[in-house]
Design a protein around this ligand. Sequence first.
Ligand code: ADP
Ligand code: MG
Length: 339
Amino acid sequence: MKFSELGEFKFIERISHHYPSTNPFVIKGIGDDAAVMSVSRDSVILVTTDQLIEGFHFQLAATEGWKLGWKALAVNLSDVAAMGGTPVGYTLSLGIPTRRVSLTFLDEFYRGLSRLGKKETVALLGGDTSESGERLTISISVIGTALREQVVYRNGANDGDDIYVTGWLGDASVGLKLIERGEKTTEALELIERHLCPTPRTREGRLLAEKGIPTAMIDVSDGLLADLNHILHQSGLGAEIELSALPLSQAFRSCAAPCSADPLMLALGGGEDYELLFSASIGRREEIEGICEDLSCPITRIGRLSKEIQGILLKDKQGMTRKADPLGYDHFKTNRTSS
Ligand code: ADP
Ligand code: MG
């Protein structure tokens, strides 16, 4: 079978099926935003890894060195946030095409890493360096901690739970399109920044987990529908999404229309927003509204989970529902043109 027929997610399922963990300290191996390992009765260690490859995840000409460093770390911190954990440190492996990438660029890259690392109190622990010939490749692994009881998995959602998302949806994918179109208005630059320099929602993830609010959580890296699908698949549920409730930024509302025939699809299927998507019992609604006042981004209720629904239903303002196509980014099925 070809990779394109199998798809990225089935490929990963195949690996986890053939190579299950045999170590008793591993609480969760493959299949969540981070692996979870027992270190004591009350505490766990979290480990996650994500790579950025030139030509697929970024184009050197479209970013600045420090922004690339920031993003490489941010996308990994986002996975620890999605488990409700606290990141502690990271390792960094670089494949450098030394004929094309300058030392100055890499100094800037490290400056971006360090800037986010300081903000999040996360230390660079080590790494590996190699010549890579043609493409700059960046691989980061983040190690975090959490209290065992507070870790949030993808599989804990319950029938009837509400669905919430932090921040705004679709900004990063519109930002990418605006880079390609060479747009430079203030609102375009705001969205481009959301694509180049995502904010990992570490504080939000930890606060929610400390209060025991999310029953399941994931970060939106591949697109809302694709990532919601992981929760649904692992929790054995379906979902209804209220289209009019989707949190769309002012900049998205101004800039999305020329970028797509159906801008809403950019909010539903566009990746790389690195927002947190979680489910919570209806009984926690007031508490969640209260938390929002202490945070720098909104948390919006966008739908509900149900065992009566198959897949994802999209409900419009008039109350009409239609089934969602499986949108989202799959590395083996799409040709990414990223910045
Ligand atoms: P995320 O988008 O949260 O980073 P991924 O979709 O990349 O998650 O990965 C989903 C799960 O599959 C994670 O547990 C990840 O560690 C695991 N995974 C991804 N690629 C591989 C691989 N090549 N070998 C083993 N596990 C993998
Ligand atoms: Mg993730």
